[in-house]
Write a new protein. Structure first.
Length: 114
């Protein structure tokens, strides 16, 4: 599985961004897709995930009510809509696809200025 993430950028606090992650390759083997982020000096953390069979989503407590993960099966793409962004959301965001292995896309950087 190959993943191509995009959509990062610089935004002011309170603003919004939408990240996209396009998957290709062995799409049918994907069980879960997730968005992770890693801030400078911190460990990578799970932000949101979606189960491909049924579409159930889960979110980190820090983003609940602000971020929404969705998918477009026709485009083999998942999205992360990020609203009410805070400076602490600044990080490199990574897309992940769980098959029998863990597949990572390249990161996309999100910077939220105060």
């Amino acid at each position: 599985v190959q993943l191509q993430a995009s959509g990062g950028g610089l935004v002011q606090a309170g603003g919004s961004l939408r990240l996209s992650c396009a998957a290709s390759g062995s799409i049918l083997s994907i069980r879960v897709m997730g968005w992770y982020r890693q801030a400078p000096g911190k460990q990578r953390e799970l932000v949101a995930s979606i189960i491909t069979d049924g579409g159930s989503t889960r979110y980190a407590d820090s983003v609940k009510g602000r971020f929404t993960m969705s998918r477009d099966n026709a485009k083999n793409t998942v999205y992360l809509q990020m609203n009410s962004l805070k400076p602490e959301d600044t990080a490199v965001y990574y897309c992940n696809a769980a098959t029998y292995t863990s597949n990572w896309g390249q990161g996309t950087e999100v910077t939220v200025s105060s």
